[in-house]
Write a protein that binds this ligand. Structure first.
Ligand SMILES: C[S@@+](CC[C@H](N)C(=O)[O-])C[C@H]1O[C@@H](n2cnc3c(N)ncnc32)[C@H](O)[C@@H]1O
Length: 332
């Protein structure tokens, strides 16, 4: 039985809102109709002059979608729970603050409970080294960090602890795939597990996509992705793209997703491009510096004998003052 007040229906919403505002509405039971009145469950002894009754009320199910509501941590630390985390496939990666470290298992378990798609949770020590791979420590769940991320009907096999993969570029991948014409040659200079190559191979009809990466694990996963998605135009290669690119035919499209320093590689890309070829380059930079950066890039490439035109748009915010830009660089 639940303690309720009997409230005429026309006063019901005012009373419900007042109870809620004062913290006296019992959120675990459902309000129900009783003739011309409503039975509203309360957590206090009485409210205004309404009749207090005990009644059978149905249980109010709460669909918790925020793990911070249910994580088993001391109340004074709840405000320190991270509000964001990354998910690749069924693997979640979260940065646990020092003060919550001893509750890491409870935090991981809460994430799994609330997000049915998450199988395993890792603490993320950050991205490291030239390969940009994540240093991970398991805190809850089953299995390893190997997983399958799905986008545009493509299954991308990856392991964030072995190779870099960015699940947030799916619309860029499909946008570029739509620009690739039948029979085009594509070179991805920093390919990772070949997400660009796989999506392009699935949505368009390139002749070939050379997928280069320094990290041998990238080639391993690129081969799996080509095979599992029945894309036979991908040629995975391991090595430094600034050197390997000279072994390849001229490209119609060059993809350059190494946003901190890709511009240092543009000269090599342009050596393997013909007039009309496009380099799709990503750049992280202070927003105020971006126009000057583009001007300097045009000047520097001009001095090397490459005439270029740059179109760009701001892909996303990176920090309060920095953004990631998507640049379309056409060789003239
Ligand atoms: C930001 S990740 C991009 C991965 C992939 N394109 C994606 O969107 O998920 C950059 C990749 O470039 C690779 N890399 C760094 N320097 C390289 C180089 N000189 N030649 C080839 N690959 C390189 C790293 O190993 C890493 O996998």
């Amino acid at each position: 039985m639940t303690r309720c007040i009997r409230v005429p229906k026309k006063e019901g919403e005012r009373v419900r809102a007042a109870l809620f505002d004062e913290g006296h509405l019992d959120l675990d039971a459902k309000i129900r109709s009783d003739g011309d009145c409503l039975l509203i469950p309360i957590t206090c002894g009485s409210f205004e002059d309404y009749e207090v009754v005990d009644a059978e009320l149905a249980v109010q199910e709460h669909k918790v979608s925020d793990y911070t509501e249910i994580a088993d941590v001391p109340e004074n630390l709840r405000k320190d729970l991270p509000s964001s985390f990354d998910v690749v496939g069924d693997v979640a990666m979260i940065k646990i603050p020092d003060e919550l470290w001893e509750y890491r298992t409870q935090i991981g378990e809460a994430l799994i409970k609330v997000n049915k798609n998450i199988r395993v949770v890792f603490h993320d020590y950050g991205v490291k080294g030239d390969f940009r791979i994540r240093d991970l420590e398991k805190i809850a769940g089953e299995g390893t960090s190997e997983t399958v991320h799905k986008e545009f009907g493509v299954n991308l096999y990856t392991d964030p602890s072995k190779v870099y993969f960015n699940p947030r570029l799916s619309s860029e991948r499909s946008r570029i795939a739509q620009m690739v014409k039948d029979g085009d040659v594509v070179i991805d200079m920093f390919a990772g597990v070949a997400p660009f190559g796989t999506v392009i191979g699935k949505l368009s009809h390139p002749k070939v996509v050379y997928s280069i990466d320094l990290n041998p694990e990238a080639e391993h996963f690129a081969r799996i992705n080509a095979e599992k998605n029945h894309v036979d135009c991908i040629v995975p290669m391991t090595g430094d793209s600034s050197k390997l690119i000279y072994d390849l035919p001229e490209a119609d499209h060059v993809i350059m997703n190494l946003p901190q320093i890709a511009d240092r590689f543009l000269r090599y890309a342009l050596d393997r491009m013909h007039a009309g070829s496009i380099a799709h380059m990503y750049k992280i930079i202070e927003r105020a510096e971006f126009p000057g950066f583009c001007e300097k890039l045009e000047k520097d490439m001009g001095e090397l004998g490459h005439s270029i035109a740059i179109d760009s748009y701001e892909l996303k915010t990176y920090s309060p003052t920095m953004s990631v830009y998507s640049m379309r660089i056409t060789k003239l």
